[in-house]
Design a protein around this ligand. Structure first.
Ligand SMILES: CC(C)(COP(=O)(O)OP(=O)(O)OC[C@H]1O[C@@H](n2cnc3c(N)ncnc32)[C@H](O)[C@@H]1OP(=O)(O)O)[C@@H](O)C(=O)NCCC(=O)NCCS
Length: 228
């Protein structure tokens, strides 16, 4: 699914099962030595996806992907990338730093958000949009899609700015027909001044999931999409 919503400059790998052959480097193992089994599984499969995606980008020698500040994955110096995992899905996406400034991907089950969560993560205009989209296309849980898009925004933002970004800091607008969304960061957001004000992402559904992705290009200082 990811390949369909990422530009060709970004290599990705996704799996719907935990690969039996997935292993960790000792430095990675140390990061999850106290974790419960489900966390170990998602982390290990996420690293497997990361190495597969890196191989597709030309990094054929497997290497550890450690954790940086606030949990952001640490990629080879010349790589930008992102990891996601949820029930029944693990994925990673990477691009060359010479072309891609940042990548953010997120997958969620195509299920309604728990009661009360939409009100926390959505701005008032987003709540109206979600309501309208749910009426027009009820097969997609747009509340969950909105949440996913915001997680992708955060994963794109954080490695570049290394600052928190709150849910109310980004305004998402979905294009239901085009499979895209736009992101507008509030002008009050610290670090947003020299960040692209309009960011574009893409969304897709399938296999019981909603998946969102953003790839910011180096060249334009704004997002690239799979049309490029
Ligand atoms: C960190 C966060 C984005 C992870 O998203 P999630 O949907 O819970 O979980 P996912 O499985 O999709 O993603 C987890 C992966 O995100 C990556 N990640 C974690 N922190 C990150 C950060 N600060 N920056 C970039 N990527 C990060 C990691 O690779 C992690 O997997 P790993 O720990 O196995 O390496 C989320 O838990 C969070 O803290 N959100 C609050 C901030 C936010 O979303 N603000 C909204 C801004 S509009």
């Amino acid at each position: 699914m990811l390949e369909k919503i990422l530009p060709t400059q970004v290599a990705s790998y996704e799996t719907y099962e935990d690969p039996a052959e997935a292993t960790l480097f000792p430095e990675e193992e140390a990061l999850i030595c106290d974790s419960v089994e489900s966390r170990r599984r998602e982390f290990t499969s996420g690293r497997y996806c990361a190495r597969q995606a890196l191989a597709r980008l030309g990094y054929s020698v497997p290497q550890p992907v450690l954790q940086g500040r606030r949990g952001a994955p640490v990629w080879p110096r010349s790589v930008r990338g992102s990891i996601t995992h949820c029930r029944g899905y693990r994925a990673a996406a990477v691009g060359s730093a010479s072309e891609v400034a940042s990548v953010g991907i997120d997958a969620e089950p195509n299920e309604p958000l728990p009661d009360g969560v939409l009100e926390v993560v959505a701005l008032p205009e987003e709540q109206v949009m979600v309501k309208e989209l749910l009426a027009d296309a009820p097969e997609v849980h747009w509340d969950r899609m909105l949440f996913s898009a915001k997680e992708s925004v955060y994963k794109t933002w954080y490695p570049l700015r290394r600052r928190p970004l709150e849910f109310e800091d980004a305004l998402i607008d979905f294009d239901r027909v085009e499979g895209t969304f736009s992101v507008r960061l509030g002008s009050h957001v610290r670090g947003a001044q020299d960040f692209p004000r309009e960011i574009a992402g893409r969304w897709i559904t399938g296999n019981g999931l909603v998946v969102t992705a953003i790839a910011l290009s180096v060249a334009s200082g704004s997002s690239v999409d799979s049309g490029l």
